[in-house]
Design a protein around this ligand. Structure first.
Ligand SMILES: [Zn+2]
Length: 182
C-alpha cells in the first residue's frame, strides 16, 4: 500500500518511480512506487549550482553544524571541475535518499546533471539507498544505521572500506589493551 508522507512547503517529488515515506533508518526516505528495472534513471538530484568557493564555504559551515547537532547531511555534490550542486533545497526529493552499505541505487553524473539510478531490479515498496561515498576525514561523526549484513558501521565510500576496517581493527585492539590493564 502506498503511504506517502505529507510534503513540506515547497517540496516535490518529480519522479513517477518513487515517493517520500517515513524511513526505518533515518527520518524520511524515498520508496519505489512500482517495480524499477535495473539501470533506470530514477530521479535527478537537483539543487543550486555553486562555484567551488561558495561550495567549500557552505560545506565547512555544514560540517561545523553537523558536529554540533550530529546531523550528517551535507548535500553538496561535485558536478565538474567548476561547479557543485547544493541539493539542500525542498524541491530536491533526492536529498531524502538514505545511505546504505548495501545500496540498490547509485549516484552518477550524466551531461552535467546528477542522477540516481537503479543498481539492480528494485521491488515496489523498497526503500531507495545509495552510498554517500564520504571519505574518512570525519567518519566517526557519521555512524551508519543501514543494518545491512555488509554494514561497515560508518558512512564511507566503498573504496575507503579497506582503510576504514584497518582503523577500526586498530581501535578495537587499543581498547582491549586498555581494558586488560585496568
Ligand atoms: Zn551501513
Amino acid at each position: 500500500m502506498s503511504n506517502p508522507e505529507p510534503l513540506l512547503e515547497g517540496e516535490r517529488c518529480d519522479s513517477a518511480w518513487c515517493e517520500i515515506r517515513r524511513s526505518g533508518i533515518h527520518g524520511r526516505g524515498l520508496f519505489a512506487t512500482r517495480d524499477i528495472p535495473k539501470g533506470t534513471c530514477i530521479i535527478e538530484y537537483i539543487g543550486e549550482k555553486l562555484g567551488k568557493e561558495e561550495s567549500n564555504r557552505r560545506g565547512w559551515e555544514r560540517i561545523d553544524f553537523a558536529k554540533k547537532t550530529g546531523d550528517a547531511a551535507v548535500y553538496i555534490f561535485t558536478l565538474n571541475d567548476d561547479f557543485d550542486i547544493d541539493g539542500n533545497v525542498p524541491w530536491n526529493a533526492a536529498r531524502l535518499i538514505n545511505h546504505s552499505c548495501a545500496p540498490n541505487c547509485e549516484a552518477y553524473i550524466d551531461n552535467d546533471a546528477i542522477w540516481i539510478g537503479a543498481l539492480r531490479k528494485i521491488k515496489k515498496g523498497e526503500e531507495l539507498y545509495y552510498n554517500y561515498g564520504f571519505d574518512l576525514e570525519s567518519y566517526e561523526d557519521h555512524p551508519c544505521l543501514c543494518g545491512s549484513k555488509k554494514c561497515v558501521g560508518y558512512i564511507a565510500g566503498e573504496e575507503f572500506w579497506p582503510k576504514l576496517k584497518k582503523k577500526l581493527a586498530a581501535k578495537t585492539k587499543t581498547s582491549k589493551a586498555r581494558s586488560r590493564k585496568s
